[in-house]
Unconditional design. Structure first.
Length: 687
């Protein structure tokens, strides 16, 4: 299994005593301390604080977690409440418990609590935390409560905490407990079911899209749309000014172009400077632009004018249709499938941007999810990801979005907000640019028409949802065997990480299921990727075999990752297919107290020597990216950052504490000495 390099660096260890097998998990909530790259000075030393999460249901076996703190966490001005953010991260990493930051409370033991004395039922037997611990105010100093960090007794519990789950987590937990049979479903099926249930109970799109309701829905897993917009939870005073726990990741999803080729082609056309508009579209777009900036006070009339022009440009009827739920989008373009008219494009517009109380693109999202989720469309929706184009705007402005429904509803912007009016004496270039967009859109709608009416195979209405509807569309790749091009087909089995952003999937080669051991693959979708470094280490048996790296169609291998000067990748999303390796990451091994191989450091040092000899850098040498192969051996995975020294750079959004040794910064060049620092920091001699 391939572990995510974006996971918090958490260590979970096991101990056993003569009375009971007892697990003591060690977790680092602040990732790793920001130590100096040149020395392990005392000021950068890590101190481990034993924390008991006092929650009889969540921590039923009384697991003690270890929180890594730095010297600066113990300075005179540091208050215990300042650790709230780290405690919440610790609870998430160790117990998968998403705590409400405002409910975290701190306690210190009234009498020493010895780790070896903690049995599984310690919390249950204790009953009331105040019997064994004293509540401490968040304003009290860390040193006052924990004492001198150099004198922490490793045999004792240092801190006890309590917390309540976020409201949405409590709702989800209650629903799960009410339906035990649902828990047996694979995660993607469960997500799909929950998405449909939420869509059918949402408020109308015009109400749901208003900021207050939108924020509530985006914070609730039953209603969330993965469109990049997020709601930051209310924070306690001690947390203000600190980053939220998971604001961006919570509504970010894989790129929609991996789920249907219509989006991949549309984005390629829009980015291609040589893509030209169809000649017949130019006068139609020109006519639309002449009317686009008219100030129309009647919204129905404004929408009627836009629908008229879109119908002419696309050669398809754009109509306002009342749905079974008595709601209607401002416009939609449809194709006939069986006895129903299925939507391929949805329009939502305002008289002018800023009017109507909501963002029309958000209203289009809610219109789409509510239309697609209607029962009469079950026989279509259950067997595809429902690729849909959304057109949203106000007055003379229009934006193009794409939507798919996998196990979640995903919406992503395909264009910026386009100005469709005229404001200059000379507008020919503007007409040309807008005509390019509408040509690409018309071709995309034609492809969707063909997909739904000719290519999509719909089984009997009573059939179960097709497994393929949850996964990306590429299901094959070409490779050369004995100078002959061979097409290898595969099918997805599962997403390898329980994370909305995950782009890594487990697959099996078709036809191998009859074998005693089916041929397993790892399929990953990437922007930047160090394929040369991957192949180099694979040739030395220090990485899984890279079977394919190239375009999403599986037909066009690629070698380079074009990037801007500062390391921003600007090319297409590509597909990687590699050999699946049985085993676990060094990160996972730590969490279950499996010892690392004695030669791990030497093996990784050899790997870095091979990489550096060819003037490459690896970039992300951390325990999650080191696989301990079942049966022996070590292999490196995750080459997203790898590349030539002097060219490869750290990515944007790099957490400032992603590397404990402290020199890595977003957009800066990755250096060989950084790989060496990581090797020593994570895999060197331990005290």
């Amino acid at each position: 299994m391939v572990a995510s390099s974006s996971k918090p660096l958490v260590r979970r260890v096991t101990r056993s005593n003569t009375r009971a097998a007892k697990r003591v998990a060690a977790a680092t909530a602040s990732l790793l301390a920001a130590a100096s790259t040149s020395s392990r000075s005392a000021s950068k030393k890590r101190y481990r604080v034993a924390v008991l999460f006092f929650h009889p249901e969540v921590n039923a076996d009384s697991t003690v977690a270890l929180l890594d703190l730095r010297a600066e966490d113990f300075v005179e001005a540091a208050a215990i409440g300042d650790l709230t953010f780290k405690i919440v991260s610790l609870l998430t990493a160790t117990f998968k418990f998403h705590a409400d930051e405002t409910t975290v409370k701190f306690y210190s033991p009234k009498k020493p609590i010895v780790l070896d004395d903690i049995e599984d039922d310690f919390i249950v037997k204790t009953g009331n935390i105040t019997d064994i611990a004293r509540k401490r105010q968040p304003a009290l100093g860390v040193q006052l409560i924990l004492g001198n960090p150099e004198e922490l007794d490793r045999s004792l519990v240092h801190l006890l905490v309590t917390a309540e789950a976020r409201a949405s987590e409590q709702v989800a937990q209650a629903e799960a407990e009410a339906e035990d049979e649902v828990l047996a479903l694979p995660l993607h099926q469960l997500g799909y079911r929950n998405t449909l249930a939420g869509a059918k109970t949402m408020k109308s799109p015009s109400v749901a899209a208003k900021s207050l309701q939108y924020g509530k829905y985006q914070a609730d897993p039953r209603f969330v749309i993965y469109d990049g917009f997020y709601m930051i939870p209310k924070q306690s005073p001690s947390l203000r000014g600190q980053p939220s726990l998971e604001p961006v990741r919570s509504t970010i999803a894989p790129p929609i172009q991996i789920f249907h080729p219509v989006f991949d082609t549309l984005l390629e056309d829009l980015a291609n400077p040589n893509f030209k508009p169809d000649a017949d579209i130019i006068p139609k777009v020109s006519d639309m632009m002449q009317e686009a900036a008219e100030i129309i006070v009647s919204e129905p009339r404004r929408n009627a004018v836009l629908r008229k022009h879109l119908s002419i440009i696309f050669g398809r009827s754009s109509d306002q249709i009342l749905e079974d739920n008595n709601r209607s989008a401002d416009g939609s373009i449809r194709v006939k499938i069986g006895n129903v008219m299925w939507v391929i494009a949805i329009e939502e517009n305002k008289r002018h941007l800023g009017e109507g109380g909501c963002d029309p693109s958000t209203q289009a999202e809610y219109s789409a999810v509510q239309i697609i989720s209607q029962e009469k469309y079950d026989f279509i929706r259950d067997h595809c990801c429902c690729p849909t184009i959304l057109l949203a705007g106000g007055g003379p402005y229009l934006a193009v979005l794409g939507a798919v429904m996998t196990d979640k509803f995903i919406v992503q912007r395909l264009t910026d907000m386009l100005w469709l009016g005229e404001a200059s004496t000379y507008e020919d270039a503007h007409v040309y640019r807008i005509s390019r967009v509408f040509t690409a859109l018309r071709q995309a709608l034609d492809r969707l028409d063909t997909y739904y009416t000719e290519e999509l195979q719909l089984p009997a209405p009573s059939a179960e949802p097709s497994p393929s509807r949850y996964f990306p569309y590429p299901t094959s790749y070409s490779t050369t065997v004995d100078d002959e091009v061979v097409k290898v087909e595969f099918e997805y089995k599962e997403c390898m990480e329980n994370d909305a952003t995950s782009v890594t999937y487990l697959a099996e080669v078709k036809g191998s299921e009859d074998q005693e051991t089916p041929t397993k693959l790892v399929v990953k979708f990437v922007d930047r990727y160090g394929a040369e470094v991957h192949r180099l280490l694979a040739s030395n048996e220090l990485a899984p075999q890279l079977l394919y790296f190239g375009s999403l169609d599986g037909e066009s291998p690629a070698d380079a990752s074009p990037a801007l000067e500062f390391g921003l990748y600007v090319g297409n999303v590509r597909m990687i297919v590699m050999q699946h390796v049985d085993g676990m990451s060094a990160f996972a091994a730590e969490r279950v107290s499996q010892p690392w191989p004695e030669d791990l450091y030497d093996t990784l040092a050899r790997a870095m020597k091979i990489v550096h000899k060819e003037d490459f850098v690896f970039g992300d040498l951390r325990p999650p990216n080191v696989m301990l192969v079942e049966g022996g051996g070590v292999q490196l995975i995750d080459f997203n950052w790898a590349g030539k020294e002097g060219e490869a750079r750290y990515p944007r959004k790099l957490h400032p504490e992603a590397f404990g040794w402290g020199s890595a910064k977003e957009f800066e060049l990755i250096k060989k000495e950084h790989d060496k620092e990581s090797l020593e920091y994570y895999f060197g001699k331990r005290s």
